[in-house]
Design a protein around this ligand. Structure first.
Ligand SMILES: Cc1cc2nc3c(=O)[nH]c(=O)nc-3n(C[C@H](O)[C@H](O)[C@H](O)COP(=O)(O)O)c2cc1C
Length: 199
């Protein structure tokens, strides 16, 4: 199987996950800005952090592959909110779905891991964005706050690190399954973007 890892990051946690995957799967790994596809890939593994639901570089990378689209895409999102919360995972899936070309939606499987957030290191526009979102979040009554809102409030102005490489195990398992089973002719087994959410 011909595969590549691309990542989109601002502060490095998606890079750390991508490099760990590259090491484990013995694949090449590129920052999306540096990726110029010169061949067809059976599988594209995209590791991208979440910024207001957006994944930096994902849409651009897939657009760059439009001439020879991958047969399968695995997207690993890296965020601060807890993806074990089903509603949160579904919200992330819906948001990622909007960043995919329609023809790749049924070929895309989603995985979610948690990253890190270091307020003292945030660039001014990110800090301002978080301040505005935090002020808005505080107006939501506690019983009506979703996981994303709770995580935002709990981590505001702090340094938190939820990076856990063991969370990549389902991604590694899925990659190996696809690699060894001739799976490109089989239906997707992970949560595809067109279904009820990620995992
Ligand atoms: C401006 C801003 C927006 C963010 N939006 C989200 C979000 O929508 N969902 C989420 O779970 N985490 C969100 N986060 C947290 C980041 O996804 C998290 O810190 C991630 O690990 C950053 O990845 P990076 O180090 O690769 O840039 C946001 C962080 C910032 C600074």
């Amino acid at each position: 199987m011909n595969a590549v890892i691309i990542f989109g990051t601002h502060y490095g946690s998606a890079r750390d996950y991508a490099e760990k995957l590259a090491e484990q799967l013995r694949l090449e790994c590129f920052l999306y800005k540096e990726f110029r596809p010169s061949r067809h890939y059976d599988l594209l593994l995209y590791v991208g952090s979440l910024y207001a639901g957006g994944v930096p570089g994902l849409a651009k990378t897939l657009a760059r592959c439009a001439g020879a689209p991958p047969q399968r895409v695995l997207v690993v999102t890296v965020g601060i909110s807890d993806p074990a919360d089903a509603q949160n995972a579904e919200n992330i899936a819906n948001s990622v779905c909007r960043q995919l070309p329609a023809e790749l939606r049924d070929k895309t499987e989603l995985f979610h891991v948690r990253g890190r957030l270091d307020y003292p290191r945030l660039k001014p526009h990110h800090r301002l964005m978080m301040k505005l979102v935090y002020q808005q979040a505080q107006k939501t009554p506690p019983e009506k706050r979703d996981e994303e809102t709770r995580a935002l409030i709990a981590t505001y102005n702090q340094t938190v690190d939820f990076v856990d490489f063991s969370a990549l195990e389902p991604v590694i398992d899925r990659y190996r399954q696809l690699d060894t089973s001739g799976a490109f002719t089989n239906p997707a087994q992970g949560a595809t973007i067109g279904t009820e959410g990620g995992r």
